[in-house]
Design a protein around this ligand. Structure first.
Ligand SMILES: [Zn+2]
Length: 239
């Protein structure tokens, strides 16, 4: 049976689920049986044969009521909820821009972020935590790629060299520099801020290789490479 058969007409009917009334989209197709789907964001769709009556459809919905309630409940529980400030129920913050997040059930995990919005695909039986972890991993990869480009740029400008860098989900700081090992750590949350914030943290941490403190000489060193650093710092406090 081809469930993708062309929709001949579509209407919405209200179905009473006890505690709530839900809209059900009825799509009539050249098919023999009635099919019920719970789609992303809890959208309920019924595919029905062309000649089926509203009464038949309501009877079918009543029979499937238990199944429907269970699936709607699961979908609500599985929606990615607020975990960190850069992953919220409805959006992903990437480089200072909020992208509305849509979830689509699929066999595989994937995340695509476009101007119109972000789409997360994940297996329907995946837990909320698994989805959040996946998003975090993707964001970490994107930040890693950006640091791998911006850090060498600033190293060239400042004639300083970090031995290595890592990305961590730190609570209180945007970055840190181990002056002993020359290793710089970047906060994962930098991915949510405008790109100049990452530049600022790179310049700041590289400057610690010369001044392992926050002395006036340190700040003069930062300002020499990034004159607007004070404004950037101020903006970062909003994230
Ligand atoms: Zn510092």
């Amino acid at each position: 049976m081809n469930h993708r058969t062309r929709v001949l007409n579509s209407e919405t009917l209200q179905f009473d689920l006890g505690a709530q009334t839900i809209p059900v989209i009825v799509e009539r197709k050249r098919i023999r049986h009635i099919y019920l789907y719970v789609k992303s964001a809890g959208r309920v769709v019924i595919s029905a044969p062309v000649g089926s009556t509203e009464e038949e459809i309501r009877r079918f919905l009543t029979e499937k009521r238990g199944w429907l309630e269970k699936n709607l409940r699961n979908m609500r529980e599985q929606t990615p909820k607020e975990a960190e400030s850069y992953i919220t129920e409805e959006r992903i913050l990437l480089w200072g821009e909020a992208h509305p997040l849509t979830y689509l059930p699929d066999k595989r995990f994937s995340l695509s972020v476009r101007e119109q919005g972000a789409v997360l695909t994940a297996p329907p039986d995946s837990s909320r935590k698994a989805r959040e972890d996946f998003i975090k991993k993707q964001l970490r990869m994107r930040l890693h790629r950006a640091v791998a480009i911006r850090l060498p740029f600033w190293e060239g400008q400042m004639r300083l060299h970090a031995r290595a860098f890592t990305i961590r989900d730190m609570k209180s700081r945007w970055g840190s520099c181990n002056t002993g090992t020359g290793k710089i750590t970047f906060h994962l949350q930098l991915i949510s801020m405008p790109p100049e914030c990452l530049d600022y943290v790179i310049v700041h941490e590289l400057s610690h290789l010369v001044y392992p403190n926050h002395s006036p000489a340190f700040w003069a060193h930062v300002a020499a490479f990034l004159p607007a650093y004070k404004e950037i710092r101020k903006r970062m406090k909003d994230y």
